[in-house]
Design a protein around this ligand. Structure first.
Ligand SMILES: [Zn+2]
Ligand SMILES: [Zn+2]
Length: 285
């Protein structure tokens, strides 16, 4: 059992009523655990180039686009699409069209990788699959491959070199916030497993600074010590966070995010959005 599978099982023990509606995430984690790369994906060592890139404020996503081939991701993407179709059967025709485009080589890894301001291809470039579904497939497929790819670069990352709201490795949007021992915030990337520190009172999505622009959603009906939804009045994006000083038993960021759909529903109802939608939002359409 992988570490994430283990943590997921633990989360479902804490929140058993979520089990049925979140079964798809268990399937995704099982798929990741079964996967092994068809070839070595690790980036060739280039610490100076990586550091120079970070100093310019540029993530390493171009490296990923250069290295990854469709065949590398085929099993992961296939499993992610199958999982999504199982939850939202209305997406089946679009997913079939996407699969056909993938098989023919018309689309490949580049349509799933983050680009400035979005995940995946520009609208119209992804064989008819909508932006939310595409972002979900990216979130459900890329991580094991990108983790292997960026592994050599992790140890060279200097936290002082990076203050942006996107992942320094894959360029993806943050998926979750961890508040750590001294109250500092760390953003977590679900697409590659990256993590980096970030200013406390800044929106990671639009960069606006100051408490006046941010709103904390902690509605009575879902109050849980240590958990909250942090949303931005300006760009209307939201992200969930856990304060690990209050929640010593919290799991990895990905597991905490996937395992708290009740907070997504609250944010969604109030008109906030997130870059990678929760499965409950996709299924609610
Ligand atoms: Zn990342
Ligand atoms: Zn914002």
């Amino acid at each position: 059992m992988s570490e994430l599978q283990d943590a997921w099982a633990d989360l479902l023990r804490r929140r058993p009523s979520f089990g049925p509606s979140l079964a798809v995430y268990g399937e995704i984690l099982d798929g990741w655990a079964r996967w092994s790369p068809p070839r070595s994906l690790a980036l060739a060592p280039a610490p100076e180039a990586w550091r120079a890139s970070w100093e310019r404020g540029t993530p390493l996503v171009a490296e990923a686009a250069r290295v990854l081939r469709a065949a590398d991701l085929e099993d992961l993407v296939g499993a992610a699409m199958e999982a999504l179709a199982g939850v939202e059967s209305g997406l089946a025709p679009a997913l079939q069209a996407f699969a056909a485009a993938w098989d023919s080589g018309a689309v490949g890894p580049a349509v799933l990788l983050p680009a400035r301001g979005r995940i995946g291809a520009a609208p119209g470039d992804a064989a008819g699959l909508g932006a939310d579904a595409l972002a979900f497939v990216a979130g459900a497929s890329l991580r094991p491959a990108l983790e292997a790819l960026f592994a050599p670069a992790r140890e060279h990352f200097m936290e002082s070199d990076w203050s942006l709201g996107i992942c320094p490795f894959c360029g993806g949007p943050p998926g979750f916030i961890d508040v750590v021992e001294d109250g500092r915030r760390r953003l977590a990337c679900h697409l590659c497993g990256g993590a980096w520190p970030f200013a406390k009172l800044r929106c990671p999505f639009c960069g606006v600074d100051g408490a006046a622009h941010l709103v904390r959603l902690t509605p009575e009906e879902a109050r849980e010590e240590g958990y909250l939804v942090s949303a931005c009045r300006e760009c209307r994006a939201y992200i969930k966070e856990v304060d690990r000083r209050a929640r010593w038993n919290a799991g990895p960021a990905l597991v905490e995010d996937w395992g708290s759909p009740h907070f997504d529903l609250i944010a969604h109802r109030q008109g906030y959005w997130r870059p990678i939608p929760s499965i409950v939002q996709i299924a609610a359409r």
